[in-house]
Design a protein around this ligand. Sequence first.
Ligand code: TMP
Length: 254
Amino acid sequence: MARRTKIYEGKAKILYEGPEPGTIVQYFKDDATAFNAEKKALIEGKGVLNNRICEFFMNGLNEIGVPTHFIKRLNMREQLVKSCEIVPLEVIVRNWAAGSFTKRLGIAEGTRLPRPIVEYCYKDDSLGDPLVTEEHIAAFGWASQQEMDDILSMALRVNDFMSGLMLAVGIRLVDFKIEFGRIFDDEFPRLVIADEISPDSCRLWDIKTGEKLDKDVFRHDLGNLNSAYTEVAQRLGVMPKNTSVVQKPTLVND
Ligand code: TMP
């Protein structure tokens, strides 16, 4: 196989130069990290599941006219995406109280919020991705006012789309994190949804049982992460039932 140029390696993905200018190959690793990489593990098959689930969400968003960086899935672990300049913000949308929101505001986990609440964190691992306001974003020029208007409306569209998709398969979209990128068409920047959307970056609870089907399973040692993500993938119809992404060794003479 031809050698590829690695552009960047993050906690859960590697980016390689794509086959054509303006494209990138996004490779999903099996590494799971939490609490700013204080907790780490290798979850066999996670990358394959996230690649599939992410493809499903990104294709759907492209289909309804919410632009994303996603072009196509290439294989089990890789997808081809448009190269973009990442806006240094983690945009979080919350429908139900959970995670850092419950701690910060003292609102019990599982409380329905009066309306979706959008929060912004500055993307900087060394600072632990701190919560920031639109004042910080404007003052430091991380995004323009026009971009912030677009980010808010796109984030709410992603929320409605994803909430509906998940509701249809008996899952509550509690909250999620997305990232935005700029693509320069004729020098004018255009915002797209970038990075990934997967159970690593969402909170997903079974509506009937409340069972957690997202990375909180790993963060808080609640069970088998691969089984939780497989359940999400199977309910969404992106993995056939009775399949496993973990290759079992075949016994000889058995
Ligand atoms: P939080 O409640 O821990 O702030 O997380 C909010 C949402 O963002 C949740 O769906 C998990 C997701 N998330 C990430 O995707 N990456 C992160 O680094 C963190 C802290 C949260």
